[in-house]
Write a protein that binds this ligand. Structure first.
Ligand SMILES: *Cc1c(COP(=O)(O)O)cnc(C)c1O
Length: 716
């Protein structure tokens, strides 16, 4: 059913077409109040909700003064936000107000209704944009409009993950076709091998930031080419290379077509690195020499690497590169050798093209995403700087953080507003402000935590009830989904991609010992798991299968649950609702990790091996750390040691502390850990701290250099 909104509500469409609503309590409230049930049924998609709203409900809303008041206030806040001239970036760098920074990423996790992400990398990119918007950092972003996105995870009765791909309805997404300054539809072409592939350019508004999305699903393309941007990380090396050519080359051209002239370019991970060669080409066409063109690219490029595993970096063979890119070096007047040399990595055969090596070679600021990851990356890429010691390798780190308004639970928001002040969001990276959390009465924080746990349990039940009612799941799957979970027991959360290095089954190393912990009648414990494995990752799928069997096992008594289809929505309920967040990757393979930061922001302490962000976040009082085993032991020995570490922490510290209650049923010791977790993690591991760091260490210095260059040119 589609109908026009009454005229007094037409601005709702404007609100729905800017994702600002998704991290503004006022914006969210407008849509959830609009029709709370429909809001749930449309999976929090405001555009879908407006299309399906019942005419009678609209009539009621027109008369509803409470709604009118909320709506008017939200629209006012929205416009004030968009029009604000006074923001952090402008105040701090008034002379850089005219700059533009282009941010490229293969995925963006912004909201569940915009499924253009698979996991951590995308959500980080989404948080980056939202925070840039809040701080007034002049970013414009480029990514893909995936038609089928990443897959939806369904677990079959035997516990095997199935990957379901569904096409999105572009009409239900907050996107519109981008236009050139002359008002025509922006469209760009990218040559791949012998053919020209056309890309439509969509745009999506993220507060004050614009994100351009490339889409090859356009009638002039061949059926195969129309599918090129259908899936995130789908297909083989061939598809992957085509996608990366589209993102790099097409991305630069899309920005130009829409009228942007970025001075600084930031590649998030190696996927967009071809943008650097496209820009070398631009330089050559403007008459720069080869070396000057390279230098120009270098002094305006930032590259962030996220992958501490060598196999995680894209490497293409010379044959594949020749097939797709020969036209490119011919057009630019350079040789295949010159081209291949840009992506050479000394540890690979010379006929391989390494995307990360390309990006590192052509960036002036290269960073990993935690201090530990900086060290690992230096070791991995030291070979690119022959003769340099580890200390001299110019790779830095900016530790990841999370966008606070997106990830904070509404109930915690209220608590923070009450105790830290109503402007706490504006000051969320201020460590001094967060000291005040220590003065919050334990009873108050305990009550909010209890409430959030119940909210999560209701969510788990709703999910399995839906499957049960549809007839898509059997009774054992109802149990495996958490139907036997209780509000009272200590509840541990573990949710992440099921890659083997994340060791999701570590806690099952000794089943008797685990059973004793879970089923202790005086101090019961339950654990909720969630996460997807890449469909091609059989060991990852095996792990899910194994955990799912435990979730169904009689002798674990329904104290293990597996929630299907981990996404941003599920993540919110879990990081806000459990009591402890567990993480046990094999060090040093977790570059940063961000889910534990989301948890701590909501008063959920971490229990984690010391790796990634936790290595710098743990201070002895704000959670629990599994000690690092001595270096150079076998994987099996390390697994055994880490499992032992987890068990003994649970048995001796975590569980006893949680159940150490006073007459009112409150554990004051627990509340202290909760407060320490909030106090230490919330400001330091916020996207606000992260973005300010990117600005002060990379964006602003490079923008300054560009401004200087321009002045020099004018004087010359
Ligand atoms: C935060 C988040 C991640 C990243 O979490 P890690 O700690 O890096 O594993 C992945 N997926 C979703 C849905 C998230 O919300």
């Amino acid at each position: 059913m589609k109908h026009a909104l009454p005229s007094e509500f037409t601005n709702l469409s404007e609100l729905a077409h800017n994702l600002w609503w998704s991290w503004s309590p006022q914006g969210r409230e407008v849509f959830s109040y609009f029709d709370p049930t429909l809001w749930r049924l449309t999976h929090h998609n405001p555009i879908k909700q407006m299309q399906e709203i019942d005419l009678n409900r609209l009539e009621v809303l027109r008369q509803d003064v409470v709604f009118i008041r909320k709506y008017t206030a939200a629209m006012k806040a929205f416009h004030e936000y968009l029009d604000a001239k006074d923001h952090w970036f402008g105040r701090t760098y008034p002379h850089l107000a005219g700059g533009t920074i282009a941010y490229f990423s293969a995925e963006f996790g912004l909201h569940r209704s915009v499924p253009l992400y698979s996991g951590g990398l995308g959500i980080l990119a989404g948080d980056h944009l939202k925070e840039a918007s809040d701080l007034g950092v002049p970013i414009v972003a480029v990514g893909f409009m995936y038609n089928q996105a990443y897959f939806r995870q369904v677990i079959d009765t035997h516990g095997w993950q199935e990957a379901v791909y569904e096409s999105v309805d572009r009409g239900l997404m907050p996107i519109e076709l981008a236009r050139t300054p002359a008002g025509e539809l922006a469209k760009v072409h990218v040559r791949i091998g012998q053919r020209e592939v056309a890309c439509l350019v969509w745009q999506i508004r993220v507060g004050r930031v614009t994100l351009l999305l490339l889409d090859t699903d356009s009638p002039e393309n061949s059926p195969e080419d129309r599918q090129l941007t259908a899936r995130l990380y789908g297909g083989n090396h061939h598809t992957r290379l085509c996608q990366e050519l589209l993102l790099g080359i097409g991305g630069v051209r899309a920005l130009r077509a829409v009228g942007y002239a970025p001075q600084v370019w930031h590649a998030n991970e190696g996927h967009p690195a071809f943008l650097l060669i496209e820009r070398i080409g631009e330089g050559l066409k403007q008459g720069l020499s080869w070396n000057d063109a390279l230098d120009h690219v270098r002094i305006s490029t930032i590259f962030t690497t996220h992958t501490p595993v060598p196999a995680g970096h894209d490497v293409f063979s010379a044959d594949l590169i020749r097939e797709h890119c020969q036209w490119w070096w011919e057009e630019l007047g350079f040789t295949q050798e010159d081209f291949m040399a840009l992506g050479r990595h000394p540890e690979y055969p010379s006929d391989h093209f390494h995307m990360t090596a390309l990006a590192i070679r052509l960036a002036s600021f290269v960073n990993g995403v935690s201090r530990e990851h900086e060290h690992v990356s230096r070791k991995m890429f030291q070979v690119l700087w022959p003769g340099q010691t580890l200390d001299q390798v110019p790779i830095h780190s900016v530790t990841n953080g999370v966008h606070v308004p997106t990830w904070v639970a509404p109930e915690m928001d209220v608590l923070y507003a009450k105790h830290l002040g109503s402007d706490w969001r504006e000051r969320c990276d201020d460590q001094v402000l967060w000291q005040r959390i220590m003065d919050v009465p334990d009873a108050e924080i305990w009550e909010v935590r209890r409430f959030l746990k119940r909210k999560m349990l209701i969510f788990l039940r709703q999910r399995v009830r839906l499957g049960w009612t549809d007839g898509t799941i059997d009774p054992t799957q109802v149990l495996a989904g958490g139907a036997l979970f209780e509000p009272h027991p200590l509840t541990i959360g573990f949710a992440r991609r099921f890659a083997t290095y994340k060791r999701a089954a570590l806690l099952f190393a000794n089943l008797d010992r685990l059973r004793a912990i879970l089923l202790n009648p005086w101090r019961p414990v339950q654990i909720v798991f969630a996460g997807k494995a890449h469909p091609a990752d059989q060991p990852g799928r095996d792990l899910i299968h194994r955990i799912y069997q435990y979730a169904k096992a009689h002798d674990l008594g329904g104290h293990i649950a597996f929630v299907e289809d981990y996404d941003m929505h599920v993540a919110k309920f879990l990081v806000q609702g459990v009591d402890v967040w567990m993480n046990n990757p094999r060090p040093p393979l977790e570059a940063s990790g961000t889910s534990g930061q989301k948890a701590a922001l909501n008063g959920v302490p971490n229990l984690s091996v010391l790796d990634g962000w936790w290595k710098e976040g743990y201070d002895g009082s704000n959670g629990w750390a599994v000690n690092l085993p001595p270096v150079s032991i076998s994987d099996e020995e390390q697994d055994a040691l880490d499992a032992e570490g987890l068990y003994s922490l649970l048995e001796k510290e975590v569980v006893p502390l949680y159940y150490d209650r006073d007459v009112d049923g409150i554990s004051h010791g627990w509340c202290t850990v909760v407060k320490q977790a909030i106090r230490t993690v919330a400001p330091q591991f916020s996207a606000r701290r992260m973005l300010k760091e990117y600005v002060s260490r990379a964006y602003a210095p490079l923008l300054d250099v560009q401004a200087l260059e321009t002045t020099k040119q004018k004087l010359a």
